[in-house]
Design a protein around this ligand. Structure first.
Ligand SMILES: [Zn+2]
Ligand SMILES: [Zn+2]
Length: 171
């Protein structure tokens, strides 16, 4: 979905979207989302896009590899600046720290691209289908949430220890 900037009135535009997008670049629009966005012109070709995005993405548990739905409810707040304004002196860097600044090219903007980025940064680094997922047996690969295969494993197993380490690093 593309919005021509000439179609955005001075008082702004409200967008209500309920559709699907290709969140993981797999070639299929398989992730549903809804978004309520407000596009406000701020002069000099800059548009602020702000609002709420909700989605349910299918993730793979990093311990047991089961697919599970993950709910996302996030706020988007981005200033879209024309790429042609780049190199206009130092004022950019002052703006950049405050809120997200993105660039657009030409005469149109694509809100779905912004929504996709916002959803991607909202995903957990280490997805777990359940906080106490037991993971897979490090010896035979059995899903320990379903069966106990009886193998002797050292502690939580290599895989589990690695996940735990990644959990710690995230904080
Ligand atoms: Zn799991
Ligand atoms: Zn086993």
């Amino acid at each position: 979905m593309v919005i021509k900037i000439n179609d955005i009135p001075p008082e702004g535009l409200t967008l209500e979207l309920a559709q699907k997008l290709d969140l993981f670049g797999k070639g299929a629009d398989s992730t549903e989302f809804t978004a309520m966005l407000r596009i406000t012109p701020e002069g000099k070709g800059i548009f602020n896009i702000a609002g709420r995005v909700r989605s349910s993405a299918i993730l793979e548990c990093s311990r047991c590899l089961t697919s599970f739905p993950y709910r996302i409810d996030t706020e988007l707040n981005v200033d879209l600046t024309p790429v042609s304004s780049l190199g206009n002196g130092p004022e950019h860097e002052l703006v950049a720290g405050e809120l997200d600044v993105e660039f657009y090219r030409g005469e149109q903007i694509e809100p779905v691209e912004l929504i996709k980025e916002q959803l991607l940064i909202s995903l957990p680094m280490v997805p777990l289908h359940s906080p106490d997922c037991k993971g897979l047996c490090s010896v035979c690969g059995t899903d320990l949430n379903k069966t106990e295969c009886g193998h002797q494993r050292n502690g939580p197993g290599e895989f589990g220890a690695f996940s735990a380490l990644k959990d710690l690093l995230k904080k």
